[in-house]
Unconditional design. Structure first.
Length: 293
């Protein structure tokens, strides 16, 4: 765990810090809009404060039908949505579902959410179930970048969530590449017998973004049972959501998706017997556990 004497002193006595930016690029699009916010947890606490009066809001943007002719309807997404809603409610979230919104409507909902008072909330959770491609997610009418959503919840723009976890779960493709996987088998040489004071934080701290797949690759969805990622996420949250921290949970989600699932499309050999692995991006600064409310 960090301490005041690790690295550069916070009093600025060591003035040898530098960035790895290209010359002249440091001031581009730079604004210093930092401000004060209420401290939700002590400086060197190892876990987030999950003892506010409310767990927080969980917003699900569920996309089944699209105005874009090239995008097919996402059969099975309503199963994902209902499973996730039920799972999050059991973890004491106040869940709100939005169905088939256009991008302008999504932006309006996100801006309202950013301006809301989250002072008595532990955290915020947003899930998007939709089509996607590398770097973009689709609304009903157009595509957009995920940063257009989570950027509203940086500390200066949403100070009542400063220092609190902001979680994003994204079920969408990130490209059109396939993962055929690799078969692991035992070798003859395998001997195993069994199979407190005020402090400043970065404005982008305390985010976690969990994608259903890695950049450039397909994300798989079963038309009756829902997507692989959401099935595993809900199962893990249901069974261990109040037992393990979120990164441990997501590690097991990755394991479930990677080991238990393989595409079954025998009529399409190219798409048959393909694999998938979720991708977790974390800027969390403490352990996050969904303790009993």
């Amino acid at each position: 765990m960090g301490s005041p004497n690790d690295g550069t002193p916070i009093d600025g006595s060591n003035k040898n810090d530098a960035t790895d930016a290209l010359p002249g690029g440091m001031t581009r699009n730079h604004t210093n809009n930092a401000r004060n916010a209420r401290m939700p947890v002590e400086r060197y606490a190892t876990e987030y404060n999950m003892k506010h009066s409310k767990r927080g809001l969980a917003i699900i943007f569920n996309h089944e039908h699209f105005e874009i002719m090239s995008l097919k309807s996402r059969t099975g997404t309503n199963v994902d949505c209902e499973n996730l809603r039920h799972t999050l409610e059991r973890l004491s979230f106040d869940v709100v579902v939005h169905k088939d919104l256009r991008y302008g409507d999504i932006q309006q909902k996100i801006e309202e959410l950013s301006n809301a008072d989250h002072s008595e909330h532990d955290c915020l959770l947003i899930s998007i179930l939709s089509h996607g491609e590398l770097g973009y997610i689709y609304a009903k009418d157009t595509h957009y970048k995920l940063e257009n959503i989570w950027g509203y919840f940086t500390a200066p723009r949403c100070p009542t969530l400063a220092g609190k976890p902001k979680l994003f779960f994204i079920q969408a493709c990130q490209g059109d590449r396939l993962d055929g996987g690799i078969t692991l088998s035992r070798t003859e040489t395998d001997s195993s017998d069994n199979q407190s004071m005020a402090y400043k934080i970065p404005i982008h701290a305390d985010f976690l973004i969990a994608y259903s797949t890695i950049p450039g690759f397909y994300s798989w969805r079963n038309t009756t049972k829902g997507s692989w990622f959401m099935q595993c996420l809900c199962q893990e949250l249901e069974q261990n959501g109040k037992k393990y921290d979120i990164l441990t949970l997501l590690t097991f989600v990755c394991q479930r998706v990677a080991v238990d699932f393989e595409s079954n499309t025998p009529d399409n050999p190219i798409m048959h017997q393909q694999k998938q692995i979720p991708c977790i991006t974390t800027m969390l600064t403490r352990l996050l556990r969904f303790h009993e409310k």
